[in-house]
Design a protein around this ligand. Structure first.
Ligand code: NAD
Length: 428
């Protein structure tokens, strides 16, 4: 089955329904939490450099704000759908709850391919998105952030437009801003590092030294690159990474058995996480079909690209040596593949726990903006480690105590917190 035929929102709802049963939630709570509370769909006309006008579709979905303002990235993607945005907003609610930060879940997107847009066109697109949604997002209601194919520069253009519309300085409107313009040190590293904080704890529980492990990573963007950096600092070896090739419109894996050289690969990678194949070949990397990342004889798999990449077709290719799957991406595993992973006793660190480092650091960014006082990088990353480690331990202890699959245990903690907040407010 083509992975584009999997619907991420159906996956998110099915995961929720399963845990609603475990928690025996009341019907009204189920009805409230299995759908977003609000969503906006809009058109964004953009003046192109050649004088024409192109109209893009944009979305912002707020799943739940019972525990605090909505929080979630905005992504640029040519295949973006509102169902993907809905799923991602729901996963943001659970993510903020599992690491226990006072935020809800939101997500945004624009159907576009920034590869084909000049910087000025991207700026006009960012400003256009904000103009459509400026009345409903904000530091006290719903706070955007970067995601796939968006970065600190996009966030700054969005902030500038928001502040122009509202006539004041509102650095807490958006996170992932450049350092020095309200951004937090450590935000760039946060998601990837957070993934590895949880991998480190999982290895500790298994009594395995990171130095004795091999990993294969899908993707070579923000999450993947910093996950690899910290994993290598812990002594682990990454043998394979993969990425999307814009020219060929397909993915490739890059393998070097003795381990990839992160800096070397970064030097031949574009801003969107695409590695130059020709240069990689010259540097001695074996170039394989993209799917090969999952078949590698390694201990740890880190999907850090897009949704539904571990599906019924690919999951059966996982090597028997694999002990841990740490989901850096959001929703990388389909329901059938998840069942397979559970049955094969692979230790899974679910997406909304593994990749919660980004939103946790975004929360730190908001705290710093509100105080107008900024912490040193070590302080940010130290606080991040504490939050991620305690969230991991809480989930893993519940999983052991109640004999639950890690994903279900994380959901039980998160959904219970959100359900209590909705009940406490008198919503249900
Ligand atoms: P990015 O745009 O920086 O990088 C994405 C990478 O995935 C690129 O290397 C791209 O080439 C690769 N890719 C895309 N499709 C692929 C495919 N079919 N096969 C192999 N590689 C493919 O994005 P990112 O910020 O690193 O985000 C990656 C994932 O992590 C997404 O699911 C995102 O939602 C999630 N996430 C990101 C953050 C964050 O802070 N950046 C936080 C939480 C979750």
């Amino acid at each position: 089955m083509d992975k584009r035929n999997y619907n991420a929102f159906q996956t998110a709802q099915a995961q929720f329904d399963k845990v609603a049963e475990i928690l025996d939630l009341e019907q009204a709570t189920r009805d409230l939490l299995r759908n977003p509370m609000r969503e906006y769909h809009f058109s964004i006309p953009v003046a192109m450099d050649d004088g024409s006008v192109k109209v893009f579709r944009g979305f912002r979905v707020l799943h739940n704000d019972s525990r605090g303002p909505g929080k979630g990235g905005i992504r640029f993607h040519p295949q973006e759908t509102v169902d993907t945005v809905r799923a991602l907003s729901m996963w943001m609610t659970w993510k903020c709850a599992v690491v226990d930060i006072p935020l809800g879940g939101g997500k945004g997107g624009i159907i576009c391919d920034p590869h084909g847009l000049s910087l000025r066109e991207q700026e006009r697109l960012c400003r256009g998105w904000v103009r459509q949604i400026a009345k409903t997002v904000g530091p006290l209601s719903d706070v955007p952030a970067p995601d796939v194919m968006t970065n600190a520069q996009h966030m700054l253009w969005m902030l500038d437009e928001y502040e122009t519309i509202h006539g004041g300085k509102y650095p807490g409107f958006i996170t992932g801003k450049p350092v020095g313009m309200g951004g937090s040190l450590g935000r760039t590293e946060a998601t990837g590092y957070g993934v590895i904080f949880t991998v480190r704890e999982a290895l500790k529980e298994m009594g395995i030294r990171p130095e004795d492990t091999l990993a294969s990573v899908q993707g070579f963007g923000n999450v993947a690159q910093y996950a690899i950096q910290l994993f290598q600092q812990l002594g682990g070896t990454v043998t394979t990474v993969s990425c999307w090739d814009q020219e060929d419109q397909r993915s490739y894996a890059f393998k070097r058995t003795k381990g990839i050289d992160l800096k070397e690969l970064q030097s031949i990678t574009d801003n969107f996480g695409g590695i130059d194949k020709k240069k990689a070949t010259t540097l001695g990397y074996e170039i394989l079909p993209g799917e090969a990342w999952i078949e590698q004889e390694v201990d740890i798999l880190i999907p850090a690209a897009m949704e539904n990449e571990i599906n019924i077709d690919t999951v059966k290719k996982i090597n028997r040596r694999v002990k841990i799957i740490a989901e850096g991406a959001n929703g990388p595993t389909t329901l059938e593949a998840d069942k397979y992973i559970k049955e094969h006793n692979i230790f899974l660190i679910p997406d909304f726990l593994a990749n919660a480092g980004g939103v946790t650091c975004s929360y730190f960014e908001q705290v710093q903006c509100n105080m107008n006082y900024y912490w040193e990088k070590d302080e940010v990353l130290g606080k991040l480690d504490t939050k991620m480690t305690s969230a991991f331990i809480a989930v893993s202890e519940l999983a052991k105590r109640k004999k639950l699959y890690m994903r279900d245990a994380a959901y039980v903690i998160a959904i219970d917190r959100v359900a209590q907040a909705c009940k406490g407010r008198g919503w249900v």
